[in-house]
Design a protein around this ligand. Structure first.
Ligand code: UD1
Ligand code: MG
Length: 457
């Protein structure tokens, strides 16, 4: 195997997206398109990866980090001009270079590997990854001669009516003999409808020099979809979603309605977990086995143990243990840590709070900036009063404490181990372990109040 290099084209603004966000940073199943491309390319044996950046260069670099080297294309004069920007890094090196567009997030690593192999076997100077499209509108068309050999590529905008009838399209992915690529690039002009330097013109240049140019036809057009507008973006999302969901189902996860289940590319789910419709799982979320998640649940960047149930709820950036029961309609906000066998019931909001094993907040509570021990019972409507308008303060509720309904715990405050807080209390001082705090007005009963009222009338 020869040396392998990769060039990712990611400098365009993506005018057709009509967006403030640079095209290649638009997410597909929660991950920017260009990141999908890099992740696939990284699965090949590549010596150097160079990403061509321009519009939003800093943001693209921040996204991809050190998984790639970068070349800056200051002005976007076309795809050939873009590749040319990597000249200093790559020209003169022996080996094969794959060029991939940053807006084709669905091309699999195995398809790129097949392209590499086909290219190396045929000893071609250039091999184009092509596909047959039902509707080829917008794509470059592959022009073949009478012997069915590839002659050149014509862009949709430059194509004649009969050329537009051709349904074999350029996917925008190619393998080149690296030296031949950079030599041919010197001869690419911009005499076309768009006034751009087209990378596809390299094919015709090499062909005219008598070099072998070849095509590798993939039977999956779906994989090669180029995202130029929001319609294509939603199509890519649909295809990627199907791919991700099928992988989970094959791994033993039940998705009741895969078409309405939205799982990010990096989410992990254990076997025999059931995901109900309308659920979005995103970021670095890891869910254990035998859980029940959803319906209509949103979970981002959470780690969840086994046999937990989360119904109609939201959870973000938190750790949730095993046999935990959450919802319906609970909100787990960032930096919460919920240990095993905890119950968080309906209309309970948790923020930056730890819940020890077996504790419960079953209904209508706000627990923020709190350390809740194990086997604590938090009664309906209890609230940690954590904020004085300027600063946040900590509430500690120690193991086995019992907080009566409708209590306010005004932080900073500690309720000691096994202590009781009477219902309706506003607690402003620490409660000693095993003690009882009652902090409310005494009840007064007025006997025969109604009788006296009536006699006055
Ligand atoms: C390109 C191909 C077309 C192919 C299609 C496949 C050319 C001229 N046309 O068309 O044959 O069928 O992809 O999806 O190559 N870019 C730069 N710098 C530039 C211009 C573009 O980095 O100056 C990047 C873009 O960010 C994008 C990629 O190159 O990621 C492709 O550019 P785009 O404008 O989407 O080309 P298409 O019109 O889709
Ligand atoms: Mg494109």
């Amino acid at each position: 195997m020869s040396n392998r290099y990769a060039i990712i084209l990611a400098a365009g603004q993506g005018t057709r997206m009509k967006s403030k966000l640079y095209k290649v940073l638009h997410p597909v199943c929660g991950k920017p398109m260009v990141q999908h491309v890099i992740d696939h390319v990284k699965s090949l044996n590549i010596n150097d990866i160079v990403t061509i950046v321009g519009h939003g260069a800093e943001k693209v670099k921040a996204q991809l980090g050190d998984s790639s080297m970068y070349a800056l294309q200051e002005e976007q004069l076309g795809t050939a001009h873009a590749v040319m920007q990597s000249k200093e890094m790559l020209a003169g090196k022996d080996g094969t270079t794959i060029v991939v567009c940053g807006d084709t997030p669905l091309i699999k690593g195995e398809t790129m590997e097949a392209l590499f192999r086909h290219h190396e076997e045929t000893s071609a100077k250039a091999t184009i990854l092509t596909a047959r499209a039902e509707d080829p509108t917008g794509y470059g068309r592959i022009i073949r001669n009478e012997q069915a050999l590839v002659e050149r590529i014509v862009e949709h905008k430059d194509a004649s009516e009969s050329e537009r009838e051709i349904n074999e399209i350029n996917t925008g992915t190619y393998c080149f003999d690296n030296k031949a690529l950079f030599e041919a690039l010197e001869n690419v002009g911009n005499d076309n409808v768009q006034g751009e330097y087209y990378l596809p013109d390299v094919i015709e240049i090499l062909k005219e020099q008598g070099e072998t140019v070849s095509a590798y036809v993939t039977d999956s057009f779906e994989e090669t979809l180029g995202v130029n507008d929001r319609v294509a973006l939603s199509e890519a999302e649909r295809i990627m979603r199907k791919r991700i969901n099928e992988t989970h189902m094959r791994n033993g996860v039940t998705l009741i309605d895969p078409a309405n289940t939205y799982i990010g590319s990096d989410v992990k789910i254990g076997s025999d977990t059931i995901v109900y419709p309308g659920t979005t799982l995103s970021g670095e979320t890891v869910i254990g086995s035998d859980c029940k998640i959803g319906p209509n649940t949103e979970i981002n960047n959470c780690e969840i143990g086994d046999q937990s149930v989360i119904r109609q709820s939201c959870a973000f950036d938190s750790k949730i243990g095993s046999e935990v029961n959450i919802g319906p309609f609970a909100h787990i906000r960032p930096q919460s840590e919920i240990h095993d066998e905890v119950k968080i019931g309906n209309f309970v909001e948790i923020k930056k709070a730890t819940f020890g094993k077996g504790s419960k907040a079953s209904h209508l509570s706000y627990i923020g900036d709190a350390e809740v021990g194990s086997d604590v019972n938090i009664g309906c409507g209890s609230i940690t009063v954590n904020y004085d308008g300027k600063n946040k303060f900590l509430t500690k509720i120690e193991d086995g404490a019992f907080i009566g309904c409708n209590s306010n715990l005004v932080a900073p405050v500690t309720v000691g181990k096994g202590a009781y807080v009477a219902a309706g209390s506003t607690i402003t001082e620490d409660v000693p372990g095993e003690g009882l705090a009652i902090a409310r007005a005494r009840q007064v009963n007025k006997e025969d109040y109604v009788g006296k009222l009536n006699s006055k009338k």
